[in-house]
Design a binder for this molecule. Structure first.
Ligand SMILES: *[C@@H]1O[C@H](CO)[C@@H](O)[C@H](O)[C@H]1NC(C)=O
Ligand SMILES: *[C@@H]1O[C@H](CO)[C@@H](O)[C@H](O)[C@H]1NC(C)=O
Ligand SMILES: *[C@@H]1O[C@H](CO)[C@@H](O)[C@H](O)[C@H]1NC(C)=O
Ligand SMILES: *[C@@H]1O[C@H](CO)[C@@H](O)[C@H](O)[C@H]1NC(C)=O
Length: 241
């Protein structure tokens, strides 16, 4: 029973956390009158993902937004093969040259030192876009992607890094936040989980961020969790399913 309660507490903390982060991304607005049905505030690099999933043809219209210096780059993509790894992903990289012209690169990451070849042959189809813009010190990448295997469950990756002086893409830092920037996302429900081999990195990120946190928000969320558990207990079987 104690174990069950612990499980419930853990699950409700997660649900609460995702509800809170979903709220953060809801206020985002986009150029060209674009709107998106769902969004997630991503767990690292202050990035957010916004999307509309079309079940009738298995595509998702996506907007990825991440803060960056004007000289930096950001990227978002999908790894159709395995979770938690940059290698094997197909990604969109936004950057800009010295004149402020934003460009976008589509590329397959063959290894952890990728060639960054600009190609239209990603591991999934891109029926519309990509496009990118930079404003308010953040890049936004827009694209429509055909979800690999027509599955709503995908391993997503994102990243941010510095550019070299000639506008080339330099390797990203290997700080915990940069290594934790991967998660498995369900484009239908919006739920996300850390990809399998990013657990270690996640642990590092959470321990470093909780140490400088005020304990009050935690106590507050525990309080709401107990209320939440109370109501959820009545619907236990469906909740655990
Ligand atoms: C997929 O379906 C949506 C909604 O019906 C439509 O707007 C979009 O153009 C379709 N995309 C493709 C590539 O067929
Ligand atoms: C993807 O799956 C949906 C059902 O979930 C189906 O209606 C649709 O035709 C499929 N799309 C493609 C491109 O296979
Ligand atoms: C990649 O190629 C596309 C289309 O050919 C082009 O529009 C885009 O600017 C290129 N990206 C870069 C970074 O050169
Ligand atoms: C966790 O952080 C420590 C130092 O803060 C570092 O030495 C270690 O490599 C990190 N581990 C992972 C998996 O990132």
């Amino acid at each position: 029973m104690a174990r069950l309660l612990l499980l419930l507490l853990g699950a409700s903390v997660l649900l609460l956390a995702s509800a809170v982060t979903a709220q953060d991304c809801l206020s985002a607005t986009f150029s060209g009158g674009r709107t998106f049905g769902k969004c997630n505030s991503l767990p690292s690099l202050s990035a957010s993902l916004h999307w509309t999933y079309h079940p009738e043809n298995g595509t998702a219209d996506v907007a990825f937004r991440a803060p960056s210096d004007p000289s930096g780059w950001v990227a978002w993509g999908i790894n159709p093969d395995s979770g938690g790894s940059m290698e094997g992903s197909s990604v969109f990289v936004a950057s800009q040259d010295g004149s402020g012209a934003v460009s976008i690169l589509m590329t397959n990451l063959e290894s952890t030192s990728p060639s960054l070849t600009n190609t239209t042959a990603l591991k999934f189809k891109v029926p519309a876009g990509p496009a990118a813009e930079y404003s308010d010190r953040a890049y936004t990448i827009y694209a429509t992607v055909e979800l690999p295997r027509n599955s709503t469950q995908q391993f997503t990756v994102w990243q941010a890094g510095p550019a070299t002086s000639n506008g080339g893409i330099s390797p990203h830092p290997t700080a915990p936040a940069n290594l934790a920037s991967t998660q498995r996302l369900d484009f239908l429900s919006g739920s996300s989980t850390a990809a399998p081999n990013s657990k270690l990195h996640r642990r590092n990120v959470s321990s470093s961020s909780s140490s400088d946190d005020d304990p009050f928000p935690l106590l507050l969320s525990l309080f709401f969790c107990s209320i939440f558990i109370f109501f959820r207990l009545q619907r236990l079987p469906s909740f655990l399913a």
